[in-house]
Ligand binder design. Structure first.
Ligand code: SF4
Length: 361
């Protein structure tokens, strides 16, 4: 990194903070978003990434199960939800969910998310998790977003803590990071008015960390938000992480404008915006160990580039993905282990197979 050149762009304090491992301010994050030369955030993020992970890039052998697409909410970016009784609406029985899992063979992680169904209560998810645990005693079970947990607490008339404790007792290890979208009130209300607010999302995650569950965290970007909103989102996450310490991985998700009510009101981020957001995420989130380039939403080639812009994880084999594909993702439904390892090696990194908690598998 050429100090003189970086200084000429007004970013010498950012360079010094990154080199000394000091936390960046929101203003410094903004300077990285605004920097006319995108190679500067790229180089700084590559440095931070290398310090944490060397040349390792993680992937997971996993299977997604989406128990239902019926949802009481109507998020405007969502192409997945259906009303009860609407054509295409479905609910999987636990047996059907298990049968889908078996198609995938051995997996190191099971990822379970779906809609907020109006009558599918906590008992259903406890039963499903217990059966998955019995069938896959060693796999990480990552189940139910903070939004689904909040919904289940209200539907079943119990506290959020009780939902989390019962899920954990049924075999759940961690919560996925979905439902965070963007925390800032104005774009959040415009995108998903019925969904719990940013503070409530963080509070469910704090409770989850408190009962010993680990969680991921996401951010949906490239819609109605500003780069300042993205930075505030990252800042809220890192402050939560300082307090409760349970976030494992951050996943910046690009808005996909297909088949949803928001549609072309927002276009989704450009490839360069994705790369820059990946880099800024790595640099701002000094206390969250992993940054994921989720190939299902980004496409494999852009995800490979993200590995040189701060990301250290590509996610997994997946097998069947509904949520991003209904919104227009044109990536494959699944990748083999060889596909993922080739993608990582051909990007100049060393593949490391992991489970949901990033333990080597
Ligand atoms: S994003 Fe989730 S909560 Fe929102 S409508 Fe879609 S399924 Fe429901």
């Amino acid at each position: 990194m050429d100090r003189q050149y970086i200084a000429s762009l007004g970013l010498e304090p950012v360079l010094d903070a990154v080199l000394s491992g000091k936390r960046l301010t929101i203003g410094q994050g903004q300077a990285l978003f605004d920097c006319p030369d995108p190679h500067v955030p790229a180089a700084l993020a590559a440095h931070a990434r290398k310090r944490l992970h060397g040349d390792r890039v993680h992937y997971v052998v996993n299977r997604h199960v989406n128990p239902t697409n019926v949802c009481v909410n109507r998020c405007r970016f969502c192409a997945y939800r259906r009303d009860e009784g609407q054509e295409g609406a479905y609910v999987l029985t636990p047996d059907e969910a298990l049968a889908k899992l078996r198609e995938a063979g051995a997996v190191d992680e099971v990822h379970i998310v779906g809609g907020c169904h109006p009558s599918l209560g906590l008992d259903y998810y406890e039963d499903l998790a217990a059966r998955v645990r019995a069938a896959y005693p060693k796999a990480s079970i990552k189940a139910l977003t903070a939004v689904e947990v909040d919904h289940l607490a209200k539907l079943s008339g119990v506290s959020i803590r009780e939902v989390l404790e019962r899920l954990k007792a049924s075999g759940v290890d961690m919560l996925p990071g979905g439902g965070a979208e963007i925390f800032a009130d104005a774009p959040r209300k415009a995108l998903c008015p019925e969904k719990i607010g940013g503070e409530a999302w963080l509070s469910v995650m704090a409770e989850a960390h408190g009962v010993g569950l680990r969680t991921n965290a996401t951010m949906l970007f490239g819609h109605l938000e500003t780069t300042r909103h993205r930075l505030e989102h990252m800042d809220a996450l890192r402050r939560q992480q300082d307090a409760t310490g349970g976030f494992v991985c951050f996943i910046p998700l690009p808005y996909l404008p297909g088949n949803n009510p928001l549609g072309e009101e927002a276009r989704g981020p450009s490839a360069m915006d994705v790369l820059r957001t990946m880099a800024v995420s790595r640099l701002m989130l000094d206390n969250i160990p992993h940054i994921k380039a989720y190939w299902v939403m980004l496409g494999l080639k852009l995800s490979q580039l993200c590995l040189s812009w701060g990301a250290d994880d590509l996610d997994g084999t997946v097998v069947e993905e509904k949520i991003g594909h209904e919104a227009g993702s044109d990536s494959a439904q699944a990748l083999s282990i060889a596909d993922l390892e080739d993608a990582i090696r051909s990007s100049g990194f060393t593949p490391v197979r992991r489970d949901g908690l990033f333990r080597e598998a």
